[in-house]
Design a protein around this ligand. Structure first.
Ligand code: PXL
Length: 299
């Protein structure tokens, strides 16, 4: 007989890798969502010694063979998720398994959040535009078609829409075109991260399918790359949605948290880019505030 396990606080299934060092994916998702009062059930896609940016000879243990077994066990014990949130995926097969799981969870009312992790603007890793990435693109598009929220960066937005990527600042009309094309894939809310909207300003672009409105959320600007901020951003966004915020308020809260982590990081120039950002000291204070700066404008 199926047991029922009640959700006293929101429960998120997080489908990401676990990289032991470097602060990406589950080592960010779990602490952040926990600090927001959300329970995380990890469905790990792979175990790596470090993430793949600027590290050599990292280990990679693929967990594709475990994923369906974990999902089946959870189903047997009657787990119900308020959200399923996916990030870095190891293979096209993992995406296929995830899609089936997400479809079922979505029918049971879960919020589906897909970060279609494939590459980065500033930090192009060696396998960017590789056969592996292009092999996953079709699957990522399918995930984007069933998701409620998608959070590509500009590079991923271009891969998903067939737009040509350029490192030049993106105009408001181009931002809206990207958002529209991404929304046409199927998601109700579209959030594009790390958008350079002038030579010295970075924003997040948001399309709210409830209202049909477009926004830019100001992220401030520090002229150097930061690694792992995409996973931090989408973790906060997911937690905020589960707390009942609107998409733009959630996007605003997430931008403020990443901004705070970057401010803490630049106080320590000895932290290398590949070590990620210093978000931990902000966990105990940031989410207990109720006076957040408004960083967004409608466009
Ligand atoms: O989402 C970033 C990320 C996640 N997982 C792994 C990565 C990266 C980015 O470098 O290498 C393994």
């Amino acid at each position: 007989m199926t047991e029922e396990i009640a959700n006293i606080i929101p429960k998120v299934c997080a489908v990401h890798d676990i990289s032991g060092f470097g602060k990406v994916s589950l080592t960010e998702v779990i602490p952040i969502l926990s600090a927001m009062g959300v329970e995380v059930c990890p469905l790990p896609t792979a175990v790596l010694s470090t993430h793949t940016f600027e590290f050599e000879n990292y280990t990679f243990c693929d967990l594709t063979g475990e994923m369906q077994k974990i999902i089946d066990h959870w189903e047997k014990i009657g787990l119900k998720f308020d959200a399923v949130y996916s990030g870095y995926m190891g293979s096209a097969e993992q995406i296929r398994i995830l899609k089936g799981f997400m479809q079922k969870a979505g029918q049971n009312g879960a919020l589906l959040v897909v970060d279609p992790v494939m590459g980065d603007n500033i930090l192009s890793s060696r396998d960017f535009y590789s056969e592996k990435v292009l092999g996953m693109l079709g699957g990522m598009k399918e995930l984007c078609s069933i998701a409620d929220i998608i959070t590509p960066n500009v590079t991923e937005a271009c891969l998903l829409t067939g737009e040509k990527y350029s490192s030049r600042p993106v105009s408001n009309s181009k931002i809206k075109r990207y958002l529209k094309k991404l929304a046409a894939l199927g998601a109700k809310y579209v959030v594009i991260t790390s958008v350079m909207d002038s030579e010295n300003s970075m924003c997040v672009a948001v399309y709210d399918g409830d209202t049909g409105k477009y926004y830019k959320v100001n992220c401030g600007f520090v002229n150097r790359p930061f690694h792992g901020t995409g996973d931090i951003y989408t973790s906060v966004l997911t937690g905020a949605m589960l707390k009942g915020l609107s998409i733009i308020e959630a996007a605003n809260l997430a931008a403020g948290f990443v901004y705070k982590a970057i401010q803490l990081t630049i106080r320590h120039p000895e932290i290398r880019v590949r070590e990620g950002v210093l978000f931990e000291p902000a966990l105990s204070t940031y989410f207990s505030r109720d006076d957040y700066d408004k960083r967004y404008v409608e466009i």
